[in-house]
Design a protein around this ligand. Sequence first.
Ligand code: CTP
Length: 492
Amino acid sequence: MIFQGQNKYFYLLVLKSTFAPQMNFSRHLQKTVFRAVQQAALEQHAEAFVIGGYVRDLMLKRLNKDIDIVTSGDGPALANRTAELLGVKRVSIFANFGTAHFIYKGSEVEFVSARKESYRATSRKPDVEKGTLVDDQMRRDFTVNAMALSLQEDSFGDLVDPFNGLLDLENKILRTPLEPAITYSDDPLRMMRAVRFAAQLNFTIEEKSLLAIKENAARLEIVSVERTMVEFNKILLAKKPSVGLKLLFDTELLHQFFPEMVKLHGVEKKNNYAHKDNFYHTLEVVDNLRANTNNLWLLWGAVLHDIAKPHTKRFEDGIGWTFHGHEDVGARWVPKIFQRLKLPLDHQMKFVQKLVALHLRPIALTKDEISDSAVRRLLFEAGDDIDDLMLLCQADITSKNESKVKRYLANYEKVKLKLVELEEKDRVRNFQPPVSGELVMETFQLQPCKEVGEIKNAIKDAILDGKIQNNYEEAFAFMIELGKALNLVPKN
Ligand code: CTP
């Protein structure tokens, strides 16, 4: 029997289990933790079920380490006793929410008391009222996330699926257990989750759900930007991120937190010249890159590489559309975008900024005869991020003109070879000037002044331009020459 709650869903469930063959998944519930929950629940005269993402992923044969348990009893009490049986010392309890969790063998095990949730309009924090299993299931986001498996002795592993999640899973459809407007207004983050699951699992969002998202997109306002970005980042790491990014645009969820990206959308035409749609181009670059990387921040480089194109767009007679300096303006925008979206501001942001600033450089190299000096400069500026930069630039080749793409890619291989060759020879990738500012000051008996900086820079340029070798002897001799030109006399 499914809890003691007396509501129509309860009777529906009984009816369903009378006519539908009971599906049992006990062979998939072999973990010690499930047996411990079973025993603890028995002792506490409560019922317990594993529910949500764990069950969904079990059916989809996806790995999910996080286990959610729902109980007719008290979530924290069940968590405490289960932890005791497993020998787990630390249990975190959130009494106000009736939830508790602990870590066991690398899995996060979370316990909740079954509840009827109602959310306040201005916040995501729920007022909690005790409910039945079905109450709990119907307040969840999607039918595929509302399936539960019994942990009771007599029904261990039985599927409890009052909203036909299994069927939706087979049909790859995201449907809300209640009217979509209710489910989404209960927790607007679910609109982002819908898009994320659609991208991650390659599911379709049910039509009326999609409409409800469009209508309620502005409600994302009450969701913290950190939570929104968790979903956005998961979309970027989906196999084909463009599926989710396009859905975000179409539903106008993107408009709520990322206006710069929305502005990339659209094509302008003048005197028969049309520029490409930079939004769809960006999506293509992200997809291309995703095929070759799991690095989230490299994918952010793709998202932002052309972000300042709308801002720098000009029409020049006889030339057409230009976007001069979009890489520099874009790089300058990166910190403020990261700050607003509460993304990490340290090395990850610096890395993305570097990618945006340098994203045209390898492609520019392929256009001319490749000079050693230009390649050395690129190596010097990109440092250890050169390989990631090359991946981004390769993904950026999205022309429909096949022969153009072929030519670019062939030239690209040449640049890559040159990069390897020069790095082996000159070691400029992590270039440290062989002559330091201190040595310049000591040699010419100078206090810190602008000449010191000029000499250091001139030495660096001479190395990058291949005028001198990257070693102490040649750099020192060159410094003496520079000093002479500035009327500086070296000490004996
Ligand atoms: N849930 C919900 N509404 C939310 C978040 C979660 O109804 N806004 C419910 C769903 O039943 C979900 C379960 O809580 O399956 C667990 O949520 P969570 O761990 O955040 O997500 P998963 O569905 O497990 O998916 P993933 O692990 O991929 O995030």
